[in-house]
Design a protein around this ligand. Structure first.
Ligand SMILES: [Zn+2]
Ligand SMILES: [Zn+2]
Length: 103
C-alpha cells in the first residue's frame, strides 16, 4: 500500500499573514494563501504537516515552469529554510508576475 506516500490535506484555513479566509482548492492540497502567497512552514514532505517549525513562509521569487505554470520560492522567516511550491490556479497572478522579477 502506498497511501501514506502523499497525504491529501485540502482544508480551508484563515491566512495567518493577511487574515483572509482561504477555501479548499479541490484538486490538490492548498499549501499557500492565494491572496498574499504566504505559507506556513508545516511540511517536511508536501502535505505531511510534520514540520514543527510553523514559521511564516514568505514568497521571495517565482520561477516560470513549462509544466506547472510557476514555481513559487518561499523563505521561512523563522528558520531561514527555502521551500518551493507550485502555484495554484487561483493565486494572485499579479503578485506572481511581480515575483518573477524581484530585483
Ligand atoms: Zn494571505
Ligand atoms: Zn521554518
Amino acid at each position: 500500500m502506498q497511501e501514506k506516500r502523499f497525504q491529501k490535506n485540502d482544508n480551508g484555513f484563515i491566512c495567518q499573514v493577511c487574515g483572509k479566509e482561504v477555501s479548499p482548492l479541490g484538486y490538490t492540497s492548498r499549501n499557500h494563501c492565494p491572496y498574499c502567497l504566504s505559507s506556513l512552514h508545516v511540511d517536511v514532505m508536501p502535505g505531511d504537516r510534520a514540520n514543527p517549525c510553523r514559521g511564516v513562509l514568505k514568497p521571495i521569487q517565482a520561477l516560470p515552469d513549462a509544466k506547472k505554470g510557476f514555481i513559487i520560492v518561499f523563505k521561512c522567516e523563522k528558520c531561514g529554510a527555502i521551500v518551493r511550491n507550485k502555484c495554484a490556479d487561483d493565486d494572485d497572478m499579479k503578485l506572481i508576475i511581480k515575483l518573477t522579477n524581484p530585483f
